[in-house]
Design a protein around this ligand. Sequence first.
Ligand code: 13P
Length: 263
Amino acid sequence: MRKKLVAGNWKMNMTAAEAAATVESLVESIDYRDSVDMVVCPSYLCIPKTVELLHDSHIKVGAQDVFWMPKGAFTGKVSAPMLKAAGCAYCIVGHSETRGRFGKLEIADTAVSHFSETDHTVNLKIAALLEQGIVPILCVGESQVERENNMTDAVITTQLEKALDGFDPDELDDLVVAYEPVWAIGTGKTCETAEAERVCAMIRIVIGEIIGTSHAKGIRVLYGGSVKASNAHELFSQPNIDGGLVGGASLDPKEFAAIVGAA
Ligand code: 13P
């Protein structure tokens, strides 16, 4: 039986003071259940304070990205040992926004190449995180154009095969995968529940082909993309959806608490 997981991706929102106020409100709002793991992923700058405030709580802290080298001349980057030392238990990897694939584009498209994540860098990042005992939350998903061209399953299969290449199956036992259709991120468009379940089941089959079906049975597959309190229960009731990776709705402690309640 896989334990449900609800993770909040705060993206580039909140100063340290705002994050602290949100965390305090979250602790009051969340009705803790042993059956659900909870994670919040603030920006790097908010991680230390968030870890301190959640020290006695069941809510874990994650980062939104990592650089794969442990240290060195990599201006502006943050390594897995740094995240570990700061108290991170999880880290999102390969989010569509770091791959330059946006559901709602709020920057000039001439600047999109700044977000240059590839399946290869995702693979390197997963290795760096596993070495530190940090659980990777690997994001996969298709764009609107890929969906319209019936490429959804092929795109996700390639993302999984490249991201998980070269690992021993035992190393990946705690891995979390999030199915995040790019077109549903920040757009208010949620994937139909039946289709989200179909893709999450397909993801589990592909993982089974990569690391073996017995390992794949234990891997948690989340759905992400316009999850809110009103649709969480239906999504999380599906047999292959083990929780959610929540963006916008995780910024509101009461809404996030209600999503955790749905799980
Ligand atoms: P929204 O919930 O805002 O659509 O974002 C989803 C997401 O990208 C989580 O990582």
